[in-house]
Ligand binder design. Structure first.
Ligand SMILES: C[S@@+](CC[C@H](N)C(=O)[O-])C[C@H]1O[C@@H](n2cnc3c(N)ncnc32)[C@H](O)[C@@H]1O
Length: 238
């Protein structure tokens, strides 16, 4: 089977600014995440969403099986606090030697994985009592489909699973293995390119106003899912 990371260069990942990444991470942030020292980012690509993670955590592990992308990550982020691994997410999590809870995150990864691969991520969250935050394209937003069809480096066959990965499907998948969805949010009301332009022109008011649009199912670009076990949710609250 050809894996997503075998298929070469995905140039669209280079387009967004670090301010865009910070904007997204601010929107998914919850106070309980401040209690974690370590963040593991699965499928980090070339680090489109990594800068705010490196700014917020003492220790960051970037997991990226495409060797060419892993090299870029090493050049951009490697330091005493940041490590880069070119294992697959499943392998890395299976070999993870520690038991203490971490923040496990991934941006635009879950829809590239099989159910079995996703289940290995859910099993890790349960085993280590960790908190998972996953950002996925909004399957109800028609502009995303357009973007997949017209963007060089994007390919419908590689992306199609995002259309099935609805919130209801996520809830079904995680409940079967004993996780719950602690928070869910629709984020990035305007298309990412427009959001990035607003950020570069300091039009924060416009972005705040636009957030109201996310009441419409098709308006947000992304869905964010916070997955935990009941035990970790209780620990975070105590
Ligand atoms: C759509 S890209 C997203 C990259 C980055 N998170 C971003 O948003 O720019 C998906 C990334 O996941 C990586 N990937 C694919 N299968 C993976 C797996 N089994 N474990 C870890 N990463 C994987 C790919 O190589 C690719 O870099």
């Amino acid at each position: 089977m050809t894996e997503y990371f075998d298929t070469g260069h995905h140039g669209y990942m280079e387009k967004r600014s670090a301010d865009f990444a910070r904007f997204v991470v601010d929107r998914i942030w919850q106070p309980e995440l401040d209690s974690y020292n370590t963040c593991i980012e699965l499928g980090a690509g070339i680090g489109r969403f990594t800068p705010p993670l490196v700014e917020r955590f003492d220790r960051v592990c970037l997991i990226e099986p495409a060797n060419a992308y892993a090299k870029v990550l090493e050049e951009r982020f490697a330091s005493a606090r940041v490590t880069v691994s070119s294992d697959s997410a499943e392998q890395f999590l299976e070999d993870w030697p520690q038991d203490e809870p971490v923040l496990l995150t991934a941006f635009h990864l879950l829809h590239h994985l099989t159910l079995e691969q996703r289940q290995s991520i859910y099993a890790f969250l349960i085993r280590t009592r960790s908190h998972g935050v996953f950002v996925e394209p909004n399957p109800w937003n028609p502009l995303i489909l357009l973007q997949v069809l017209v963007t060089p480096g994007m390919n419908f066959d590689e992306e199609r699973q995002y259309l099935q990965l609805t919130r209801a499907r996520m809830v079904d998948e995680i409940q079967t293995v004993g996780l719950m969805m602690q928070h869910y949010r629709k984020i990035v009301a305007l298309p990412p390119g427009v959001t990035d332009i607003c950020l570069s022109r300091k039009r924060d008011n416009m972005l705040r106003l636009a957030e109201g649009l996310t009441v419409f199912p098709c308006a947000a670009s992304y869905h964010s899912y916070h997955l935990t076990s009941q035990e970790s949710a209780d620990r975070e609250q105590s």
